[in-house]
Design a protein around this ligand. Structure first.
Ligand code: IPD
Length: 266
């Protein structure tokens, strides 16, 4: 272990930090003028050559010819034998990236025997990196400043809470999600839809927003940010208060996450 801006950095975390930095710099500086865009699950679910190239870069750097497993958003799934699996969202916020909006990032989580032990979310256009090692706290780096330890916010009253959320890519899902939003927006301070689930979750971890809920995220969206939230003293859960699920993910401090989970379950 070595120290990083005051936080202990385990070896998997060191590898994750470096790989996320390389993928992030690649996405920031090598973006072609015009991007080749394809559709995935629906016409609005975009994937670009940069999503794929970023995943290839991460897999090559983190796994190479080694024995680690990998689960990547763009199809990279490989069973390993080492007990370590890398869970990757090579470009979270693809639509923002496409439109040159700055809220996009690279998410890298290292699981050891099924448990996330190291996590990095890097948002190059914002100049921010969040990272955590299990038991080592959650940290945020702004530009060249030293890492500072972060904690979830303390607001427990939904009426005074700013809540981040997102929508899926399927039109029918979105209509249902907006219906649900209708019963939430009048109860909370306000809602933000920034466009990258991993960054929304990291904003919960560092207290930028108070809470988060979203239907239809995937393990790669929340694996890294989930550990960052837990290490920041927060909770990430499903509608029933158990582990987060694809159908529903909720996050916040303990009390707010519980209130939010109850609210989204109605
Ligand atoms: C999406 C973004 C978005 C969220 C969607 C995700 P992608 O990830 O995180 O904010 O609302 O649920 O799928 O497709 O940009 O990697």
């Amino acid at each position: 272990m070595r120290r990083h801006g005051g936080g202990l950095v385990n070896p998997l975390l060191q590898r994750a930090l470096l790989a996320a930095e390389h993928a992030g710099e690649f996405l920031l500086h090598q973006r072609p003028q015009s991007l080749a865009v394809e559709s995935k699950s629906t016409a609005t679910d975009a994937v670009t050559e940069m999503d794929r190239a970023s995943e290839a870069l991460l897999v090559a750097e983190l796994v190479g010819d080694g024995d680690d497993g990998v689960l990547g958003e763009e199809g990279g799934e490989r069973r390993g034998t080492s007990g370590v699996r890398w869970v990757l969202d090579p470009l979270d916020g693809t639509v923002n990236y496409l439109y040159r909006l700055p809220v996009w990032g690279v998410s890298v989580a290292a699981e050891q025997h099924g448990e996330v032990v190291a996590a990095v979310v890097r948002a190059p256009a914002l100049g921010v990196t969040w990272f955590a090692g299990r038991g080592e706290g959650a940290w945020r780096v702004d530009g060249d400043a030293p890492a500072r330890q972060v904690h979830v916010g303390t607001e427990t009253d939904l009426a005074r809470s700013l809540i981040a959320t997102g929508f899926g890519y399927d039109a029918n899902d979105r209509i249902r999600q907006v219906d649900r939003l209708g019963s939430i927006i009048g109860v909370v301070r306000d809602v933000r839809r920034a466009g990258a689930a991993a960054i929304d979750l990291c904003w919960v971890a560092d207290g930028t927003v108070d809470g988060y809920f979203e239907e239809g995220t995937h393990h790669w969206d929340r694996a890294a940010a989930g550990l960052i939230i837990v290490e920041a003293g927060g909770v990430i859960c499903g509608a029933d208060g158990g582990p987060p699920t694809d159908p529903m993910t909720v996050a916040g401090n303990t009390s707010l996450a519980e209130s939010l989970a109850t609210l989204v379950s109605r």
